[in-house]
Design a protein around this ligand. Sequence first.
Ligand code: 2P0
Length: 345
Amino acid sequence: EGSMGISNIATCTAPVNIAVIKYWGKRNEELILPINSSLSVTLHQDQLKTTTTIATSRSFQEDRIWLNGKEEDINHPRLQSCLREIRRLARKRRSDGDPGLDSTGLSHKVHICSVNNFPTAAGLASSAAGFACLVHTLARVFGIEAELSAIARQGSGSACRSMYGGFVQWIMGHQDDGKDSLAQQVEPETHWPELRILVLVASAERKPIGSTSGMHTSVETSCLLKHRAEAVVPVRMDGMIEAVQRKDFPAFAELTMKDSNQFHATCLDTYPPIFYLNNVSHQIINLVHQYNNYYGETRVAYTFDAGPNAVIFTLQEHVSEFIQVVRHFFPPETNDGQFIKGLPV
Ligand code: 2P0
C-alpha cells in the first residue's frame, strides 16, 4: 500500500436467478418495492454469472465503472443508490466503534469493473446478477457484514434474490421505507440435486420493452395485474414453497408454468400491450405440454421472462430425452430456436 496504490480490492461472482413466481410491478419505483412477493431459483456460481472487481485507492479522483470492458455513467441513479447505502453502512459501522475500516478508507473513491459470461439484455436477468454482484463486492471492499438484499433490491428488484443461493423468496413487505422488503432463502442449493435447468434461446436480440418501463405501464393499465398481485400470488407463494420443500416436481412445474402464463397474460392486458413471446416461444410451450401429455405426468416445465427465451425445468433423469425431442423439432441449422446450454441448478 503506497500513496498511489490500491488500498483495498475484492473480486466476487453472482449468478443469475430464474423466477418461478414472477415479480412484475412496483408500488414504489424509487425504493423498488414490489406489488407482490416472488420466488426464484439461483443458478450455480459457475454458470450464467457476473464477475465484479472493485478497488479503492486514495489516488482515485472519482468513482468509475466499466461494464463488459466499456466505461459507463457512474451517475446512474440505481448505481448511486447502492453506493450511497453501502457507504452509509460503512460509516455506521465505524461510528459504532468497529475498527474494520481505517479513517481514510471511507473517503476513497471506487473503480468498478464488471463482466457477464452471457449475452446482456436477451432477457436472461443480467441486471439481477449484476447488481447482486456489485453490492456484494462493495460490501467486501468496505468490510461490511450485514443483510444486503435490501440494498441490492435498490439496484434492480430481482437482484435481491441473487444474494442467496438455492430457492429464494423476495418477501414484498408492507412498510413504506422498504426495510421489510427482503430476500430470504427458502431452501439451500443442496436441497434438490436432481433439479435441472435448460435455457432455449429463441432469439438473442435485445428486448423491445425493458422490464422497468414495461412493469410501470402494466401497473398503470392492467386490472389483471392488480388481481394477480392481490388474489393469485399470495396463494401461489404458499403452494410453491410447499412444492419446493416437498420436492414435488409436478406441483412445482404446474405452478411455474401457470405463473409464467399469467405474467405474459398481464403483459397482453397492459395497454398498449407488451409482447415478449414469439412464435418459437409458443411452439416450445406446445411442445412441453405435448411431451407431458404423452407420458401422462408433468416431467418438464417452461418459464419465460421479459423476452422470448425459454427456461426449462426438469429432473436429471429426463434431461437427455427432452433435449433430443427439442433437437428433433428445432434443428439448429433450419431454425433460429437453437438449444444452447444445459445447466444443473
Ligand atoms: C422476475 N422479471 O421475477 C421478473 C419476471 C422479468 C419477468 O424481475 O425495474 O430487471 O430493475 O426492478 O428486476 C425483471 O425486472 O426490474 C424481472 P427492476 P427487473 O424475475
